[in-house]
Design a binder for this molecule. Structure first.
Ligand code: C2O
Length: 622
């Protein structure tokens, strides 16, 4: 690096950051040009030479750039590559729910949450950032490690409470660490911190996100990777690939509309679709004067010819069902959510909100080419711009021009997960054929007397109380709330297995997520359940299952995890409007938990904060 270069760089910090970043080989050094409103939104506008510096689009995150590191097979790998932190456990021989390791190793993270201004797709926006990053930092651990995250709420202008949820982890023996306000803790008030500490009890790909209102749609999410035994061999781990619908208005305004009385605003349309927090936008569509630049830049990946690449797909969006594909490359699916499955091949993977799919892609393309990676929002979702694009480069590709590849000629239009017949868990478990109890839930949607649209479960729309978390009440022996039917608590007592039949007579698709468990997915479809079970010896397990419109799902759990577990539609607007229940599992055992003092303190702090600043809880709270 020449001295001249260093001097130049130090003069303009953003350019320096960009120069370090090989995706911005020729950063745009001229002052921001006025928006070219004549530029149509066509592929020909994807010129990598004019991409904005990463610091302007994604703050301190390097995700989506060629600088982003590939991931290891596991952390602290020493010269003996077979010296696994999880010992002799394999994906095949180990029941992850009863035999997870405890390594004693602690992985510590410090997260500061603050507002900031960035332009992920070129449209300038105030978002919430974690350590200055959008998406948030990647959490990494080995299976059996302890993850510690010290969360500092420095949200101001305006202040907001927050809480982080570690999606998909079981939190066995630590249900209070699950991070859901009004259920498992009080929100962390502005100016305060809370240290979470929990075991990485499952392995694979997941994410964390704020569970406070629809705050994660304002930026508060990031990937969470837990290294564990391989079920299918691969060479290179390209890491997380976050697929997120993206909204230009503030999440708070969107929720106000969703919870308001104007039916035209009940289903906000996303403005764009991002891969690892990046995409271009046609700025000529901006009419309110918000600064916007075309060619913000796309996420980029490298393929090594002949090698098998693992990609960890995560739908971390607010609303949209996504179809993911890479032109000219088939995908081998190896895991759904935290559950390794028998591999199968497909051209397109469907992910509802909250779902993850790990795929292996063999780099058998042309070494001189680059290829489009695509994620497309399904027609059952609401968007102005359904297509997210990223670029996969082979080593001899021209990095200064866009791919010319064409999409798979596959007209997937159904809003459903792949058939349960093709998703067989690697470690087989047979659920109880006759569960101890069955709960039938029917989803409804109503416009109430005052013109507000609410989602209901068996006729009741959920609304939580941030000052009265149900788990903390149950811990003190108070496990019945006749005065608060809107808390939607289903007490399953000491039943050893619980089946849920969920009917969805509505015209909307609902990605249903249960905390604290991997659900056996016994069946799903349109219409009503006929009583049959798919793969009864070893049904698919996962933590989110797409419930089709005018359809049903039948799921079952072993009640091996005392706690109060959220069971909800993961569409941010739907949970805001009440599509949510609490499953209270083994309340007698909940009394035995020794919940850390910090949880009571957070409630005292929250009470003090809300005493001075009345929190305008515009939605269910979640
Ligand atoms: Cu991703 Cu209730 O969670």
């Amino acid at each position: 690096m020449s001295l001249f270069f260093i001097l130049q760089s130090s003069l303009i910090a953003t350019i320096y950051a960009a120069a370090l970043n090989p995706t911005n080989i020729r950063p745009n050094t001229s002052p921001a040009s006025p928006v070219d409103t004549s530029d149509p939104f066509t592929l020909s506008s994807f010129n990598p030479n004019t991409w904005l510096p990463q610091s302007l689009t994604n703050g301190a995150s390097i995700l989506g750039t060629l600088q982003a590191p590939t991931l290891p097979y596991f952390l602290d790998q020493n010269s003996n590559a077979n010296n696994f932190p999880w010992g002799s456990r394999t994906a095949q021989n180990t029941n992850p729910y009863t035999q997870s390791p405890t390594t004693g190793q602690v992985r510590s993270y410090d997260f500061t949450i603050k507002r900031g201004t960035i332009a992920p797709d070129g449209y300038q926006k105030d978002v919430m950032l974690i350590n200055g990053q959008f998406p948030g930092p990647t959490i990494e651990a080995n299976w059996g490690d302890t993850i510690e995250v010290n969360v500092h709420n420095e949200v101001t202008g305006p202040e907001e409470g927050t809480a982080l949820h570690w999606h998909g982890l079981l939190q066995k023996d630590t249900p209070w660490e699950d991070g859901v306000p009004a259920v498992e803790q009080c929100p962390i008030p502005p100016g305060k911190s809370l240290q979470y500490s929990f075991k990485a009890d499952l392995y694979g790909t997941s994410w964390y996100h704020s569970h406070y209102s629809a705050q994660y749609a304002g930026g508060l999410f990031g990937p969470m990777i837990i290294y564990g035994p391989e079920n299918v061999k691969y060479d290179i781990d390209l890491g997380p690939v976050l697929l997120t619908d993206y909204f230009h208005p503030q999440y708070y305004d969107l929720v106000e509309n969703v919870m308001g009385t104007n039916p035209a605003l009940f289903t906000p349309k996303s403005d764009n679709n991002l891969i690892n927090g990046k995409m271009n936008y046609n700025c000529s569509l901006v009419t309110d004067g918000t600064p916007c630049q075309d060619n913000a830049g796309l996420s980029t990946f490298r393929f090594v010819p002949g090698k098998k690449h693992r990609l960890r797909l995560i739908n971390a969006g607010a609303e949209a069902l996504q179809y993911f594909s890479i032109d000219g490359h088939t995908l081998t699916v190896i895991a759904n959510d935290f559950v390794p499955i028998q591999p199968y091949q497909t051209e397109i993977v469907t992910l509802g909100i909250g779902q993850r799919t790990d795929v292996i892609v063999e780099a058998n393309g042309n070494v001189k080419e680059s290829y489009w990676m695509r994620s497309t929002i399904a027609s059952c979702s609401f968007t102005y711009q359904p297509d997210a694009l990223a670029i996969v480069y082979y080593p001899q590709a021209n990095y200064n021009s866009q791919p010319t590849s064409t999409a798979w000629n596959n007209t997937k239009t159904t809003c459903a997960n792949d058939p349960l017949t093709s998703t067989t868990p690697y470690f087989p478990i047979t659920p109880a054929p006759n569960p101890a109890t069955t709960i039938t839930l029917t989803i409804g949607s109503t416009i109430n007397a005052t013109g507000h649209k609410l989602w209901t479960m068996n006729g009741e729309s959920y609304r939580g109380d941030y000052n009265a978390p149900v788990l903390l009440l149950a811990n003190t022996g108070n496990d019945s709330y006749p005065y608060s039917p809107e808390w939607n608590v289903y007490n399953t007592g000491s039943n050893s297995s619980i089946r849920f039949i969920i009917n969805n007579p509505t015209g909307a698709v609902h990605p249903m997520h249960l905390h604290g468990h991997n659900m056996f997915v016994l069946n799903e479809g349109v219409g009503t359940w006929d009583g049959t079970v798919v793969n009864p010896q070893n049904p698919q397990r996962r933590d989110v299952q797409v419930l089709q419109k005018q359809g049903y799902i039948v799921v079952q759990i072993d009640a091996d995890n005392p706690g109060v577990w959220p069971f909800h539609c993961h569409i941010a607007w739907h949970v805001s409007a009440g599509l949510y229940i609490n499953v209270m599992e083994r309340p007698k055992d909940i009394r035995n938990y020794d919940i850390p003092q910090a949880w009571a303190q957070t409630c005292r702090d929250w009470a003090a904060f809300t005493g001075q600043d009345v929190v305008d809880q515009i939605d269910s709270g979640l």
